[in-house]
Structure formats: C-alpha cells, structure tokens
Design a protein around this ligand. Structure first.
Ligand code: ZN
Length: 224
C-alpha cells in the first residue's frame, strides 16, 4: 500500500477488483472508497466506474441502502452503462432496494420517509434512547396498520402513495431536545422542489429516469 501515490486511481481500482474476485468484499470496500475519493469530480466516466464497483462491494456485504446511493450517483454520471443496468435491476419504484413484495416496498418507503422526517430534527440525527426508538417505531407501525386497514394505498400510483407517506404526521411524544413547534411546522424532510415535481415525471437532472427513481428517490435513514 505504501508504495503507491495517494492518487493512483487505476491501481486502487485494480486492487479493489482483485479483492472482489477473491471474495473479500470488506477489503474491496475500503480500497474502492479510496479510489472514489481519489477521482476529481469532473472525471465522470472514471467516477461512475469506481462508484459502480463500490456498489458491487456494498451489495456483496448486504449493505443495500448504501449500494443504491452509490449506484444512483454512478448512473447519473454515465447513463448507458453497467451502473444504470444494475441500478434498475436493484431498485423499486421508490428508488429503494427492491423488497420481496410490493407491500413491503410500500412499507419500507413509508418507514424511511417517516423516520427520516423524525430524525432530521434530532440532535445528531439519532434517537437519544432505546425507549425513544421503540416508541417511535411502535407509533409508525400502528400508523401503517391504519393506512393499510383503511385501504389508502389501493389503486394508488407511486406518486400518490408518496404524497400520503409524506403528509401523514403521527403525533410523537416529546423526547430529548426536539421542539414541538418545529415538529408540527415541518412537513417531513422533503424540499419544496420535491413537492412540486410529479414523481412519475422525468427527473429534471436529465437522467431520463422518473424523478422518484432518480433525484427524488426515497432515501434510507442510513443516508441521513
Ligand atoms: Zn435525477
């Protein structure tokens, strides 16, 4: 390792791929992260390639949320390539890792939207205690049961479901430093732009993908 210059991307990529070939994704991950960091942002093709292989390592380690994040960036940099194909094979309509059933796709989208909206207002974007985490999860599970019991998602398209998931604001008890004013005033964590774009429209970034599968994808709480 010491013999290389810090920025020798080609060498790092090569080493990363070798580790993948040797079934050592954990080692590959470290090296490929270094490779990604060594590439100037302007080198789209090279960056896309490194991000692609980084996502392969992440997928092998079953870190699917982070793999999607990496793939999402890779496919934006290079629209026709491995990254785009793997990305489309891996994601659901929300731009999240595809689950075994459409119901679970909806459930994970709901949970991540709600958890992110909650956590983004917390110090360090974390639960301050185990009790807080359990309470919030229980309230969200109960809310989810109501959503499905009322059939709110039946015959809804992805965009409509996203709207429902973002608009619902369960009332949580106060924990830690969160202020009640901020909590009630903020509509989830979505930006104004996100609200004004139809999720099924093509993404304004020019990727050619629906907004909900590109820049408007539902981010996992692991990306907070
Ligand atoms: Zn986009």
């Amino acid at each position: 390792m010491n013999r290389i210059g810090k920025k020798d991307t080609t060498w790092l990529l090569h080493q990363g791929l070798q580790e993948l070939a040797r079934h050592r994704p954990d080692k590959a991950l470290v090296i490929l992260r270094e490779a990604v960091d060594s590439i100037p942002p302007a080198c789209n093709d090279e960056l896309s390639k490194a991000l692609y292989w980084l996502s392969v390592a992440l997928l092998r380690l079953d870190k699917r949320d982070l793999a999607i994040k990496s793939l999402s960036s890779a496919q934006k940099l290079r629209r026709r390539g491995f990254a785009r194909r793997l990305y489309l094979r891996t994601i659901n309509e929300y731009g999240m890792p595809r689950q075994p059933s459409p119901e679970l796709d909806d459930f994970y989208a709901f949970m991540n939207i709600q958890m992110s909206a909650y956590l983004v207002k917390k110090p360090m974007k974390r639960f301050s205690s185990y009790a807080e985490r359990e309470t919030v999860l229980k309230i969200l599970m109960d809310t989810w049961k109501q959503i499905t019991a009322q059939g709110l998602l039946l015959d809804s398209e992805c965009g409509e479901k996203l709207m429902i998931f973002q608009k619902i604001k369960p009332s949580f008890p106060e924990f830690g430093f969160s202020s009640p004013h901020r909590r009630s005033a903020v509509v989830a964590f979505t930006s104004a732009a996100a609200n004004s774009i139809n999720p099924s429209q093509r993404c304004p970034c020019g990727s050619g993908l629906p907004y909900s599968q590109c820049c408007g994808r539902v981010r996992s709480v692991t990306e907070l």
